[in-house]
Structures are given as C-alpha cells and as structure tokens.
Write a protein that binds this ligand. Structure first.
Ligand code: 5RP
Length: 212
C-alpha cells in the first residue's frame, strides 16, 4: 500500500514539470519513482539538480544531465519526499541523511512539491526522530544542547553524509513550534542542518496522486 502510494506520488509530480525546465530532485524511495517517471520525459527537460550522490547515480543511469546549482541559478521546481508532514506542509526530512543538500535545493526553488504516502501525514511533527547533520567534532556538544531542551539524541552510528558529516536523530520531541525550533537549533555551533523544513515548507503536497 505504502509503496503503491509512493509510486503514484512520484508519477503525479511529473505534471508540475514544465518543458525546458531544470528540475530540483530530492532523495529517497519516493523520489526514486519520480526519477523513473522523469526518465520517460527526459527529452522535454534541460536537466536536473540533484540533492545526493544516490539521486545523481539514478539520474545519470537514465541519461538525465545533472547540473551544478551554482551554474543554473534559481530553479522553477523541486520535488522531494519527507519523513513527516503536518497540516501546514511543514516537514521533517533527513531519514536518508541528505537533508543539507535537500534544504539548499529547496531554498533555491520557486515551487517545492513534496511527494509522500499517507503514513507520513501527522498533526504534530516529532514522532519521527528529528535528524540533525553535525560537524563530527561537535557531536557531543550538540547532543548536550538537545538534552537541555528535553530531547534524546541518538547518533546515527556509521552514517557519513555526502558532505562528510554525522547525523544525530532526536527522539521524544513533540514539535509545536517548528519554525522557532528550526531557527534555535540552527544557531548551535557545529549544527550544519536541522531536518525541519518549516521556515521554507512545501508549497504542494501530494499524498499518492491526491493533492493535500
Ligand atoms: C532523505 C529524505 C527523504 O525524503 C525522506 O527520508 C523520505 O524518504 P522515502 O521517500 O524513502 O520514504 O529526507 O534525506
């Protein structure tokens, strides 16, 4: 059921792709369906900007040109999945450890279409542990700051991000004010990226092929 909804969402996002576009592409199993669908219309697009080595490999496998964000300028469209989505289209992301590049490409894009299955829809963010990418030497420091704020930090041992950093997953938070928490955590020295996409939420959320 869940994988069928992911496939439907990935395919439905194709309707937001305009001819000649450079498409921002996220990361994950739902995005993998989007890339498969994008391959079917690759002659209509100029290329893609990728948010991870994983998505780059899949795009290149299909002969879709992967472009450098520094050379493209702003993008018209970003398509990505999420680990949780609240009624305001604010998200938790980073389950696949690609949150930093995902946040950069989302920020550079005019429209963010988020593709999810219905299990990701929540009223309050935080049941899914909040990923935070950190500079390795700051892991303990950031962990202590999280404990002070009532969270339980768990180091995603063995995972190194595409940027050479580490990920802490924070359990036990019910996130009532994600915009403030995102801003506050982002100020802690050593934090690279907080997996809250609240200041810049999604513009459109597709749950399967239905718009939320
Ligand atoms: C990767 C992400 C993904 O979008 C998120 O983990 C959802 O993945 P999936 O589509 O496999 O459920 O944020 O960093």
């Amino acid at each position: 059921m869940s994988s069928n909804e992911k496939r439907l969402a990935g395919e439905a996002a194709i309707r937001y792709v305009e001819d000649g576009a450079i498409v921002g592409v996220g990361t994950g199993s739902t995005v993998a369906y989007f890339i498969e669908a994008l391959a079917g219309i690759k002659h209509r697009i100029h290329g893609a900007v990728s948010s991870s080595k994983q998505s780059t490999a899949q795009l290149e496998q299909h002969g879709i040109p992967v472009l450098d964000l520094n050379a493209t300028g702003p993008l018209s469209l970003y398509v990505d999945g999420a680990d949780e989505c609240d009624p305001h289209k604010r998200l938790i992301k980073g389950g696949g450890a690609a949150l930093t590049r995902e946040k950069i490409v989302a920020e550079a894009s005019m429209q963010f279409v988020c593709i999810i299955d219905s299990s990701k829809r929540v009223d309050l963010l935080g049941r899914f542990p909040l990923p935070i990418e950190v500079i390795p030497m700051a892991r303990s420091l950031v962990g202590r700051e999280i404990v002070k704020r009532g969270g339980q930090p768990v180091w995603r041992d063995g995972v190194v991000t595409d940027n050479g950093n580490w990920v802490i997953d924070v359990h036990g938070w019910q996130i009532t004010d994600p915009v403030t928490l995102e801003a506050e955590l982002s100020q802690i020295p050593g934090v690279v990226t907080v997996g809250l996409f609240a200041r810049r939420p999604a513009d459109i959320v597709l749950i399967g092929d239905r718009e939320m």
